[in-house]
Design a protein around this ligand. Structure first.
Ligand SMILES: CC(C)(COP(=O)(O)OP(=O)(O)OC[C@H]1O[C@@H](n2cnc3c(N)ncnc32)[C@H](O)[C@@H]1OP(=O)(O)O)[C@@H](O)C(=O)NCCC(=O)NCCS
Length: 143
């Protein structure tokens, strides 16, 4: 129920059930597991290792990165970068060229990853998270 996209990155087919390992990694990384993607969402996978979930607005050429996670035992080996760059290429191929995300200002690993993948910090959302932490706003635009 996935489409192969080259390398080890796959895209979950529309309507496919969420693999159990994605729910497990979601809980490990974020403390909660989201359900299978809705119609406007898309999920890219590196099986058993990493996932990235996006919400897409194709008519506006925009997408937001909602969650990206790598299995804790495999972090720091460029999987996050490989996955995020594959997502960016696929979205651009669909004509979705304006990407954005919010991230906790304390999340140094994610902020480094986004910088490495060409994202730029564009602002701050004060007290964005329920615990009061600020979010940094990042944009990525295909030139
Ligand atoms: C953020 C996350 C996805 C990064 O995945 P990863 O596979 O470890 O990242 P990569 O190995 O591809 O590294 C990408 C860049 O981030 C840097 N990086 C990775 N881990 C880091 C850390 N703990 N501290 C600082 N920088 C780090 C790498 O050095 C690399 O930068 P460089 O190319 O300039 O050297 C991973 O840490 C994770 O799953 N975190 C928990 C979930 C999360 O916070 N997601 C983001 C918010 S949705």
């Amino acid at each position: 129920m996935t489409e192969r996209l080259g390398g080890s990155v796959q895209r979950l087919a529309a309507g496919a059930p969420l693999p159990d390992w994605v729910a497990r990694l979601d809980r490990t990384a974020f403390g909660s597991a989201w359900k299978a993607p809705a119609n406007h969402e898309a999920l890219w996978l590196m099986p058993e290792l990493a996932f990235a979930r996006w919400t897409r607005i194709p008519a506006a050429g925009e997408a937001e990165l909602l969650r990206i996670a790598v299995d804790p035992a495999h972090r720091g080996h460029s999987l996050g970068r490989t996955l995020l760059e594959a997502c960016q290429r696929d979205l651009e191929a669909e004509g979705i060229t304006r990407l954005y995300l919010e991230v906790r200002v304390s999340n140094a690993a994610a902020i480094r990853l986004y910088g490495a993948c060409g994202w730029q910090r564009r602002g701050l959302r004060p007290a964005y998270y329920p615990d009061g932490e600020d979010a940094a706003l990042f944009h990525h635009t295909k030139s």
